[in-house]
Ligand binder design. Sequence first.
Ligand SMILES: Cc1cc2nc3c(=O)[nH]c(=O)nc-3n(C[C@H](O)[C@H](O)[C@H](O)COP(=O)(O)O)c2cc1C
Ligand code: SF4
Ligand code: SF4
Length: 265
Amino acid sequence: MHTLYYFSGTGNSMHVSLELAKRTKAEVKPMLKEKDFRLEGDVGLVFPIHMNSLPKPVETFIEKSDFSKVTYLYAVSTHCGIPGKPEHYLNDILMKKNRTLDDYHSVKMINNTPKGVAPKFLMRMNWEEDITKEKVEDMIRCTDVAIEEIAYRINNQSTDFKEERIRGNAKPSLMNKLLWKIKGSPKLEFKVDHSCLGCGLCEKVCLAQRIKVDKNPQWIKEECYYCYACFNFCPEQAISVKHYEKKNGRYHYPSITSEQIANQK
Ligand SMILES: Cc1cc2nc3c(=O)[nH]c(=O)nc-3n(C[C@H](O)[C@H](O)[C@H](O)COP(=O)(O)O)c2cc1C
Ligand code: SF4
Ligand code: SF4
């Protein structure tokens, strides 16, 4: 038995999950839909990096899960190039459940947060190069190669992370630890502009069920999963956040649809 549980706001992690599942004969399940947390056999956890760490729903999934019948446990993150060392944070919370991670893999993909949660002084950094067709095609090529390599390691039940940790070679930095501490603190305040059509797509994709659309979207509760699905799937780019208001593009993995994102709930 091999099950791959995933969480994905804009399709990067979903794409990686679906492709890995084909190559490793795993069943794919969204973390948010899971009702029975007694995990069994080989288990993979696939998710995006959020602020050098894990999205809240991934932590919740781990906290609720029973790992006593898991024979091989690996994680795969997708990120935009500055992942930090989330595998150590993940391993720390697994250790509270008497489990450790056997292996960890990561895939660099396109950023789905053009400056959304960063403080203003970081806005001067060039994080926000336009997401061009060439950039997306290049990412797809690199992701395909990474998926093949990761599938090979999963099929061979590699334990590189576990071994390096035991040897003491892989350690998080103080900066990583600091980011893990503050990660829950930023509040995401979205705004909508006059170009909203009232189509309801943002409500449909909102994984935290935080949005209700009457004529316009209202963010009706504080809890947000920071998935950026609302921001990125709006067909009018009518949703803006913090310092990012320009209508110069949004991103989701090209072949993953809003229906697939919404079906995680
Ligand atoms: C709230 C938030 C924080 C993020 N923080 C990081 C980060 O610290 N490092 C990084 O490399 N990418 C970061 N990203 C980028 C995503 O990890 C990346 O785009 C990911 O592939 C998105 O996956 P998804 O489409 O499955 O949601 C962040 C994205 C979001 C939404
Ligand atoms: S997806 Fe965009 S256009 Fe549709 S209701 Fe939401 S904000 Fe308005
Ligand atoms: S409000 Fe937006 S970012 Fe927050 S959970 Fe809903 S879709 Fe995701």
